[in-house]
Design a protein around this ligand. Structure first.
Ligand code: NAI
Length: 336
C-alpha cells in the first residue's frame, strides 16, 4: 500500500523500513506533524501512519478521506488524539499497536522514581565538576514505602510487580480490577490510594472521565511530600494545580514523561528558541521536578515491536483480514 508516514524521525524510518521487508509497502516519509495544513500532503495514499502528537480531528480526517485515505495506522497504543466517531462516519479504519513493550514504559517510570529520589542527575554533574558534597542529595529507602498504581493494566501491573519486588506495599485503583495485580497488591478506592501512597504513578488512559484526574481536590488528598509520576498522558494532570502544590511544598516530587501541551515542544530540538509556554517553563525551575520528552516507549525492543505490528496492521487491512488491533468508536471511554 502507499503509506504517508507523519512525524517521522530517522529512528522511525529505520525501524519501519526494516519491518517492511517482504511486505512491499511504499512509504512517503514526512517530518511534519499531521494537522490541517499538512493533511493534503497525504492525498493519494491509502494509509496514513500517525504518532501521538499528530492531530486526527474531524476536519483533518475529512481531508484525508477526500484524498483517498482508507486506513489510519497508529504507531501508538493510545488513541485519545483520534476523533473516532468522525473516523467511523468517514469510513476510515483505525488500527493501533495495543502493546509493544509495557516493560519499556514501566521501567522508565521506575527511572523517574529513582532519579527523583536519589538525585543521580545532580550527582552525575557534581562529581564531573569535582564537587563531592552530599548536601541536597538526601533520598529515602523505597523498601517499606507505599506505592499507588492508578490503572493496573499492562504497564501498571509491571510497575506494581517491580515495586513489590523492591519491598513496597503496593496499592491499586482501577474500575476493572484484575487477578494478576491482586497477587502483588491490594485494590483500594481512588481517595484511599491518594491518602496512603508515598509514590503515585498514573497508568490509566486519557478518557473524558480521567481528564484532570489529578487536580486541586485530589492533590489535597495526597500525603504531604508524596511523589507523583505520569508516564501516561499529560492531560491526566491539571498542570496549574500541580504547580501550586509544588510551590506550597505539599507535593514532594513530580516526574513527568508527558505534558498536556507537549505537542508544541516534545520531539524537537528547541534549544535555540524562546519557549513560549510559561507553565512548562515554571515547572522546569523546581529542583524536585524531572521531565522527559515522552520517551518511556523508546527502547530498541519497543521500536521493533511498534514497526512490526504497524506493518502487520497495514498488510492485514490491504488483504481484507479482520484485525484485533482495530479501534472502534465504542472504545472512547475504555481504550488505552
Ligand atoms: P491498558 O489498557 O493495558 O491499561 C489501562 C488500565 O487503566 C486498564 O486496566 C483500565 O481499566 C484502567 N483505567 C481506565 N480508566 C481508568 C481510570 N479512570 N482510573 C483508573 N484506571 C483506569 O493500557 P497500558 O498499555 O497499560 O497503557 C496505559 C497508558 O500508558 C496508555 O493509555 C497510554 O496513554 C500510556 N502510554 C504511554 C507511553 C509513553 O511512552 N509514555 C507508551 C505507551 C502507553
Amino acid at each position: 500500500m502507499k503509506v504517508a508516514v507523519f512525524s517521522t524521525k530517522a529512528y522511525d524510518r529505520r525501524s519501519l523500513e526494516a519491518a517492511n521487508a517482504g511486505h512491499g509497502h511504499e512509504f512517503f516519509f514526512l517530518e511534519s506533524r499531521l494537522a490541517l495544513p499538512t493533511a493534503p500532503l497525504a492525498a493519494g495514499h491509502g494509509a496514513v501512519c500517525a504518532f501521538i502528537n499528530d492531530e486526527l480531528h474531524a476536519r483533518t480526517l475529512g481531508i484525508l478521506a477526500r484524498g483517498g485515505t482508507k486506513l489510519i495506522a497508529l504507531r501508538s497504543a493510545g488513541f485519545n488524539h483520534v476523533d473516532l466517531k468522525a473516523a467511523h462516519k468517514l469510513g476510515l479504519k483505525v488500527l493501533r499497536v495495543p502493546a509493544y513493550s509495557p516493560h519499556a514504559v514501566a521501567e522508565h517510570a521506575l527511572a523517574l522514581v529513582m532519579t527523583l529520589n536519589r538525585k543521580t542527575h545532580r550527582a552525575y554533574n557534581r562529581v564531573r565538576e569535582g564537587n563531592f558534597s552530599l548536601d541536597g542529595l538526601l533520598g529515602f529507602d523505597i523498601a517499606g514505602k507505599t506505592a499507588g498504581i492508578v490503572g493496573t493494566g499492562k504497564i501498571g501491573i509491571i510497575l506494581g510487580e517491580i515495586l513489590a519486588g523492591m519491598g513496597c506495599r503496593v496499592l491499586g485503583y482501577d474500575p476493572f480490577p484484575n487477578k494478576r495485580f491482586k497477587k502483588i497488591g491490594t485494590y483500594v478506592d481512588f481517595p484511599g490510594l491518594l491518602r496512603e501512597s508515598h509514590i503515585i504513578s498514573l497508568h490509566c488512559p486519557l478518557t473524558p472521565e480521567s481528564h484532570h484526574l489529578i487536580n486541586k481536590k485530589t492533590l489535597a488528598l495526597m500525603r504531604p511530600g508524596a511523589m507523583l509520576i505520569n508516564t501516561s498522558r499529560g492531560a491526566l494532570i491539571d498542570t496549574q494545580a500541580v504547580t501550586h502544590a509544588l510551590k506550597s511544598g505539599h507535593l514532594g516530587y513530580l516526574g513527568l514523561d508527558v505534558y498536556e501541551q507537549e505537542a508544541d515542544l516534545f520531539y524537537e530540538n528547541l534549544s535555540e528558541t524562546i519557549i513560549q509556554d510559561d507553565v512548562f517553563q515554571r515547572l522546569l525551575t523546581f529542583p524536585n521536578v524531572l521531565i522527559t520528552s515522552h520517551q518511556a516507549f523508546f527502547t530498541g525492543d519497543a521500536m521493533k515491536n511498534i514497526a512490526e505490528t504497524t506493518i502487520g496492521n497495514i498488510t492485514d487491512f490491504e488483504k481484507g483480514r479482520p484485525s484485533a488491533n482495530e479501534v472502534t468508536s465504542r472504545q472512547i471511554h475504555h481504550g488505552a
